[in-house]
Design a protein around this ligand. Structure first.
Ligand SMILES: [Zn+2]
Length: 248
């Protein structure tokens, strides 16, 4: 049994007993891990506070190979996200990002690139950046880290230029030019939304970015179809995100 110390982002928690919780976390160097935090529900401001969703914490845990649940020894907050709990929009986007990681990253596979992308996006939400744009950009970066990068720069089928309104079909690998989009599913993006998505794939939304309602709907739909193209069941957090972020 090894004792491991690593930074981690808390993805979700659930009660395990009257006093203990299970936290599913993404560690920086050891991938996704489930840890049992004994007594975490009893101590206010102690281990419990460092295990709030979206918090970045330094964890010390005992790792038993072959076990799906590891035992937490110690945890301390590295970076908390107080603004995320006061802004419903930021919370909805953070929930979506955390669920995407939880559903797509397998336990025991180190993904320091996913860790960095998630930490950056949570930081952007904490700083008040536009939540739909942050979530959509995160989804593209997550898929890229995991080897499922959608083609956004050129037509996924013929490699031709794609300008203006275009269809993005995850089953066919990304955006399609007008010659190739016959029979395509997925989402229709305006030229403005596609240009923005290409930028968001590289970096978070700029400060002060505001989206028109139509752009929010397009980017939210893109985030959902891209992720759900990789999943066998829909995202649980998508309904809440749509209600809060789109008002629908
Ligand atoms: Zn084409």
């Amino acid at each position: 049994m090894a004792q491991i110390t690593d930074n981690a982002i808390i993805l979700r928690t659930r009660p395990f007993s009257d006093t203990s919780i299970i936290a599913v976390v993404l560690t920086r160097s050891h991938g996704k891990v489930s840890v049992l935090a004994k007594g975490a529900r009893r101590i206010k401001g102690g281990a419990g506070a460092s295990l709030e969703p979206f918090t970045r914490a330094e964890l010390v845990y005992y790792d038993k190979p072959g076990r799906s649940l590891q035992t937490l020894a110690k945890s301390a907050i590295v970076d908390s996200t107080p603004a995320l709990s006061t802004s419903l929009g930021a919370t909805a986007a953070a929930n979506l990002a955390a669920e995407c990681v939880d559903r797509l990253v397998e336990e025991g596979e180190p993904h320091s690139d996913v860790y960095a992308a998630l930490a950056a996006s949570l930081g952007q939400l904490e700083a008040g950046r536009e939540p739909v744009a942050t979530a959509a950009g995160f989804v593209v970066r997550l898929l890229t880290c995991l080897g499922y990068s959608p083609s956004l720069a050129e037509c996924a089928e013929c490699g031709g230029a794609v300008e203006g309104t275009a269809v993005l079909d995850p089953r066919r690998g990304g955006v399609l030019c007008p010659q190739c989009d016959v029979g395509a599913g997925g989402v229709t993006l305006s030229g403005g939304s596609l240009t923005l998505l290409r930028r968001l794939a590289m970096a978070g939304p700029p400060a002060g970015l505001k989206l028109a309602p139509g752009q929010k709907r397009e980017l939210m739909a893109v985030a959902e179809v891209l992720i759900e193209g990789q999943l066998d069941r829909p995202l649980r957090s998508a309904n809440f995100a749509r209600q809060v972020l789109l008002g629908s």
